[in-house]
Design a protein around this ligand. Sequence first.
Ligand code: NDP
Length: 246
Amino acid sequence: MGEMSGKRMVVTGGSSGIGLETARQLVEAGAEVCLVARREEALARAVADIGGSTWSHACDVADESEVAGLKDALAARWHALEGLVNNAGIAPMAKLEDTDPETWDAAFSLNVRGPYLLCRSLLDLLTAGSSPAVVNVSSTLAERAIPGMAAYNSSKAALNQLTRSIALEWAPAIRVNAVMPAVVDTPIHSSRGITADQVSDMGRMHPLGRVGRPEDVADLIVFLLSERASWMTGAVVPIDGGMMAG
Ligand code: NDP
């Protein structure tokens, strides 16, 4: 039996990149996983790819009524929840003067309001679960800002403080932690016009000499969800090839 056997988990952004790999590792460890994202076709591909007891629910996690629908679907199927991974995120790139209010709001809607809505809505289910835990996927940019990404940098900084705030409110019943990846090789970059070679070149910025793989981050998320992390809450943990050491 895997260490996640019998555990019921939700992974937002579970159809791609870090979320997809996290869901795969959770299922391999014995969990039942609900993948959440907006596009149904991508979700169906991910469910077929991972197999096991994976299922999906299409939902915009920044939309309050859609999150209420997700909660109903989870309550009807599971009645309780052991894990929530708030991973869905967007990373708009623009100088401040080119960041229109819609772009600013979109970053905060998905990267901060989404985790807030999910945590608030799923509290009852988490409370009913056995040793429940939440992991929020932040970014090193929350603490080491770079130019041209003010909306993203700020939204992830807010997510770090939301993580600590909920951890304090929900202790000792529910653990809440966050991970801060540096550059990870996922489709998020091609969606912003960054080529595979450019992503690979960014490896030079990391002391360990390469960009991250989704597996690197998923390993840490699974650890934080597991009983092995039972004395961790309110932690915001870098997983960054050494980037934040300098
Ligand atoms: P991807 O672009 O590969 O995947 C994003 C996922 O989020 C997709 O499943 C997408 O599906 C889903 N998603 C997007 N918008 C919404 C929404 N409104 N509601 C529900 N789901 C949504 O991203 P990554 O795997 O690269 O990133 C995952 C997380 O890691 C993000 O929070 C990102 O900020 C963070 N991160 C990534 C880094 C990197 O270098 N890759 C570095 C540091 C942090 P759909 O579009 O169908 O909704």
